[in-house]
Design a protein around this ligand. Sequence first.
Ligand SMILES: N[C@@H](CCC(=O)N[C@@H](CS)C(=O)NCC(=O)O)C(=O)O
Length: 205
Amino acid sequence: MIDLYLAPTANGLRAAVALEECGLPCRVHKVDLGKGEQRTASFLAINPSGLIPVIVDEDGPDGRPVTLAQSCAIVLYAAEKSGRFLPGDPVARIGALEWLFQVASDVAGTSGTVFRLENTAPEKSAANVAYFRQRLLTFFADCDRRLAGQDYLAGEISVADLALYPNVALRKAMLDEAGGLPNLQRWAAAMAARDGVRKGMAAGA
Ligand SMILES: N[C@@H](CCC(=O)N[C@@H](CS)C(=O)NCC(=O)O)C(=O)O
């Protein structure tokens, strides 16, 4: 049984979606970021960075315990542990990793920046918010282009799709307002219909 520490953010839900889709049983521990629970001594003992998500798997590789942060690393860990969502074909596999890293650094990184500029930055700047929202839309457009003519980012469903979905779902209003991106919208509807995705997205509720 894997212990998953999360809040209902895209980063947190990404870990939950991956564990559910990979069929790995987990115990969910909600961390209330608003109350600062990520900075308590007990949480910092698990992740000294004070960030969710984190997993603790007492039954890691060769039975050794693993504590792991970074949501996309958790997606990869779940895929490797379950033997799912990593294409067998080497070219498709490297494509899956390419788009997993696109999500980690471009989509998720920029979405986090938009959140901070809009909510927690000490000085508000409409120009900076507009700049990073546009940058995020550009990264979503890259995903849309990649999904033209194929169902999933690496052809078959993979770690990249599991990683991307929570960011798309939580930015639905922005995407609807922007319009277009029909391939991404079609993909999002297919992902939303999956049992593991539904259960994972409900994990933080
Ligand atoms: N790159 C990290 C980002 C983790 C992260 O920024 N977590 C945020 C919530 S989405 C957090 O725990 N924030 C608490 C804080 O900044 O105090 C990942 O993908 O897991």
